[in-house]
Structures are given as structure tokens and as C-alpha cells.
Design a binder for this molecule. Structure first.
Ligand code: HEM
Ligand code: HEM
Length: 153
């Protein structure tokens, strides 16, 4: 790839780029909606008690499936985007490195949420996971801000 087209595309094929935006939005919003429902919403059951909203579980399933696609895309951009720009350094470097560390921690903490050893431990991991998730989403918007600005104008 010439240096001109590397600069133009951010060395990322269009399909990876669009899929990344899409999957990250699904991942983040399924997480945000789950958080809102889990913390603030209960529905009445036919037995007079309160239960979690049925959408809450569906959001978790959507999130778990999106996480698989996200890790696949992360691997897909590893050589052409991450390693290439990492070697060049400077532009977007700090936010990029932060995202790589956050994504790795999210993937590991996601597995810990699947296979918890106790409820108490799961609650701690859950808190760390969604806090980092929010940080990842905000950093991603910052990282891709030039592109997002050009779409808006
Ligand atoms: C060490 C890690 C990373 C570095 C050094 C890095 C570097 C860069 C640079 C320099 C750009 C601007 C490209 C341009 O102006 O054409 C960019 C854009 C972008 N990066 Fe990264 N990046 C890293 C990690 C990541 C990760 C982990 C993701 C996704 C999870 C990501 C997604 C993007 C996206 C979507 C764009 C906007 C591309 C576009 O729409 O044209 N980057 N990155
Ligand atoms: C984009 C930002 C993200 C946000 C806001 C977020 C948020 C959340 C939330 C709120 C939960 C539910 C926690 C609980 O059950 O106690 C969750 C679960 C989970 N997350 Fe994320 N997350 C994000 C990114 C990721 C990433 C990048 C991965 C992995 C690559 C991931 C994998 C998982 C897994 C595997 C679960 C457990 C699903 C289950 O128990 O069925 N998440 N996430």
C-alpha cells in the first residue's frame, strides 16, 4: 500500500471500519441499556413480586454475541491498523494504546463474568468491566474524531 492510500484509509479496509463502528455501537448500547434496566427498572410479576425487565437478559445476549464479532474485528485490524500505526507512533498513539489495553481487559473480565467464582467477585468484576467499557467507548469517539467530524459536515 502506498503512503498516500495508507494515510487516506488509516490502513483499514472500509468493510472493517464500518463493521467496527457498527459492532462497537451495538456493544456499547446493549451494555448501557442493560445497566439502566438492571439499576432502575423492575416489572411486576403475576405473583405480586418484582422481576427484572425481560429486555435486560436480551441485551446481555446481544452484548455477548457482539463481543465475539468485536474480538474478530480486533484481530482483523491488528496487522494493518494497530501494528502499522504503533510503529509510526505520534498520531492517535496514546488513545490507541489505551484502547488496546482496555479491550484486552474487557475481553478477560467478560470471560470472568461468564464463569464467576462467587456473586461478590462477579459484582466487582462487573463494576470494573462496565466502567472500562464506558471509557473505551469515549476513547473510541476521541480516537476516530476526525472521521466522525467529516461525516457530520
Ligand atoms: C496502538 C494502537 C493504535 C494506534 C497507534 C492507532 C492509530 C490511528 C491513527 C494514526 C488513526 C488516524 C488515521 C488517519 O488519519 O487516516 C486512527 C484512526 C482510527 N482508528 Fe486507530 N490506532 C490504534 C488502535 C485502534 C483500535 C484498537 C481501534 C478499534 C478498536 C482503532 C480504530 C480506529 C478507527 C475506527 C479510526 C478512524 C479511521 C477512519 O474512519 O478513517 N484504532 N488510528
Ligand atoms: C463497549 C463498551 C462496553 C460496555 C459499556 C460493556 C458493558 C457491559 C455490561 C454492563 C455487562 C453486564 C455486566 C453484568 O452482567 O454484571 C457486560 C457483560 C459482558 N461483556 Fe461487556 N461492555 C463493553 C465492552 C465489552 C467488550 C469489548 C467485550 C469483549 C470483547 C465484552 C464482553 C462482555 C461479556 C462476555 C459479558 C458477559 C455476558 C453475559 O454474562 O452473558 N464487553 N458488559
Amino acid at each position: 500500500m502506498s503512503s498516500r492510500s495508507l494515510k487516506k484509509t488509516g490502513s483499514m479496509p472500509k468493510i472493517s471500519k464500518i463493521s467496527l463502528y457498527l459492532i462497537l455501537i451495538i456493544l456499547a448500547f446493549s451494555g448501557f441499556i442493560w445497566l439502566y434496566l438492571d439499576h432502575f427498572v423492575r416489572v411486576n410479576t403475576e405473583f405480586g413480586g418484582a422481576a427484572h425487565h425481560p429486555i435486560e437478559y436480551k441485551m446481555l445476549v446481544t452484548h455477548g454475541i457482539a463481543a465475539y464479532f468485536f474480538i474478530f474485528l480486533f484481530g482483523a485490524i491488528w496487522n494493518d491498523h494497530i501494528k502499522k500505526w504503533f510503529k509510526i507512533g505520534k498520531k492517535n498513539f496514546r488513545s490507541g494504546v489505551f484502547m488496546v489495553s482496555t479491550i484486552s481487559t474487557l475481553a478477560i473480565s467478560g470471560l470472568m463474568l461468564y464463569y464467576p467464582t462467587s456473586d461478590e467477585f462477579r459484582n466487582i468484576v462487573s463494576f470494573i468491566h462496565w466502567t472500562l467499557g464506558i471509557a473505551l467507548f469515549a476513547t473510541f469517539l476521541f480516537h476516530a474524531k476526525a472521521k466522525i467530524r467529516s461525516i457530520k459536515s
